[in-house]
Design a protein around this ligand. Structure first.
Ligand SMILES: [Zn+2]
Length: 512
């Protein structure tokens, strides 16, 4: 009997020895979870990143202020060498809104929660005027406005009407939906835009350009557009580069306020508005990333980098709560968890809070161009061979349910091992699908292992890039789970003997 038990134990030991090569211990899993759940700083960080910092539009004065604030915060956290690193020259320069008042004054008074378009100009103090609605199906229809818009407030055409929505605002993935994500998506269908809608969208773009050109000539007092859903003004920007004349003042209104005035004018009523908008332009063209580390300690592996990050810039309307304070908070808390447990990772774990994501992934592109791959010369740089992993977060405040592995089959066995102690938190689904539109695509495009999480959608579609994207959009409980998962995967990758191979054939040789 004794012998049988002994050999069973030996078998268990052999099995765990095979796992021990890559999977971190249950003891460490307990410590990471305890630090993340019992001693969480998520709430403090959430207020710091939203209420305290305010909006963080690329290159704005508020963004520069926020960079200084977060660098101090990371220093206090004990991370190594927190710093702002130059990434990219941004043609638009800085822009900050300093006064914003928008109201309808006739046929009766109503103030509106408008949001000035970024990089648009100011009004000359408080201005009042008649509102003229642009109604045009084609470029020829614009003739009737020529010479008649100076001194007027122009209401752009209604391009979108309010649709009642019978779906819930926040959803969690069902088991069935996760099963679908877990299936290999290939071969993917090449989804082409049907030619009829392409023709229609070209015509509408042509009309849009003609309206923009006409308004540049006519010089109205201000241009008002509508958008968004449910009485929320979206944040948008206008064309501008440093040195251009200051553009005309433009304001976004909620779809309902825009729609109300458009309907009244179309019926023949006289509508008047008053505005007082002050915007400041600065010549700062630097897009910075904020970087900090927990240095690696293994003599052979310490120069390899496990990168975790999120974009730090936001649109200017709200305080960039879900987009993307949530991502920054999670990655900062993951660093805090690892640091406060006194773990000495083999590889260096680097935090990157990217700048200028909303205007074109400028922070991460700049980082890649300076450290990983010189795209102009088509040449790999030192950082390329030392790049072990990148984890990105940019889909709001929802819980991590798994990860998108960007068609890299070679990543699957690693995540199968690494997820062992976090499946109980709901991190189960490994999807080979691609997901786009944020910073990891820069690194993935070079063949490097760079991934973004599968996240539950919590009011994201309705609120991001609007004045409503604030602290209230953050689910602190979900963010705590996300930080523990991010810390665990970063640690697993930093401790693993092996690392995920790059995609064969990438980066593609430069074509000349
Ligand atoms: Zn974002």
């Amino acid at each position: 009997m004794k012998r049988v038990i002994f050999s069973l134990m030996a078998m268990v030991a052999m099995v765990s020895a095979a796992y021990a090569q890559n999977s971190l211990s249950a003891e460490l899993a307990y410590k990471v979870k305890n630090e993340g759940f019992a001693k969480s700083k998520i709430e403090e960080m959430a207020q710091f990143m939203t209420d305290d910092m305010g909006p963080r539009l690329a290159a704005s004065q508020l963004k520069l202020r926020a960079e200084k604030m977060v660098i101090e915060y990371l220093k206090e956290m004990g991370l190594s060498n927190p710093r702002a690193e130059y990434a990219f020259d941004f043609a638009k320069g800085g822009w900050d809104n300093e006064m914003n008042y928008v109201a309808m004054t006739a046929p009766y008074y109503t103030s509106f929660a408008g949001n000035p378009k970024a990089w648009s100009g100011s009004t000359n103090g408080l201005v009042k005027g008649e509102v003229v609605l642009i109604e045009a199906q084609s470029v020829a229809d614009l003739d009737k406005y020529k010479g008649k818009l100076a001194g007027k407030i122009v209401l752009m055409p209604v391009t979108q009407t309010y649709q009642m929505n019978f779906n819930p605002l926040a959803t969690r993935f069902t088991e069935e939906e996760l099963e679908v994500l877990a299936q290999d998506p290939r071969p993917t269908s090449n989804s082409r835009i049907p030619s009829i809608s392409r023709a229609a969208s070209m015509a509408s773009r042509e009309l849009q350009t003609a309206i923009t050109n006409m308004l540049k000539e006519e010089k109205p007092v201000a241009i008002i557009s509508g958008g968004g859903t449910f009485n929320v003004a979206p944040s948008r920007g206008v064309q501008y580069k440093v040195g251009d004349p200051e553009p005309i003042c433009e304001v976004m209104l909620p779809i309902e306020d825009h729609g109300r005035m458009a309907r009244m004018i179309a019926k023949g009523e006289k509508v008047e508005m008053e505005l007082n908008i002050k915007n400041t332009f600065t010549n700062n063209q630097r897009i910075n990333n904020v970087i900090a580390e927990i240095p690696g300690t293994d003599p052979k592996l310490k120069n390899e980098i496990v990168l975790i990050g999120a974009h730090f810039d936001s649109w200017h309307g709200g305080t960039g709560g879900a987009d993307n304070a949530s991502g920054c908070i999670v990655m900062m808390e993951a660093m805090r968890i690892i640091k406060s447990l006194g773990i000495q990772p083999k590889r260096t774990i680097r935090l990157a809070l990217w700048g200028g994501e909303e205007q074109g992934l400028y922070g991460s592109r700049g980082y890649a161009n300076i450290n990983l791959y010189d795209s102009a010369k088509g040449k790999k740089l030192d950082g390329y061979d030392n790049f072990a992993l990148y984890l990105n977060m940019d889909n709001g405040s929802g819980r991590f349910r798994g990860i998108y592995l960007e068609e890299n089959d070679q990543a699957v066995p690693f995540f199968e091992t690494w997820k062992k102690h976090i499946e109980t938190l709901g991190f189960k689904t490994l999807s080979l699908r691609r997901t786009g539109s944020t910073d990891h695509v820069v690194f993935n495009g070079l063949g490097l292992p760079a991934y973004q999480f599968i996240q539950d959608e919590l009011e994201y579609g309705r609120t991001y890039h609007t004045v409503m994207d604030t602290y209230e959009r953050l689910s602190l409980e979900d963010l705590k789970v996300d930080a523990v998962i991010a810390a665990w995967i970063a640690l697993s990758a930093a401790m693993d003997e092996d690392r995920i191979p790059t995609k064969p054939g990438l980066p593609a040789p430069a074509t000349r």
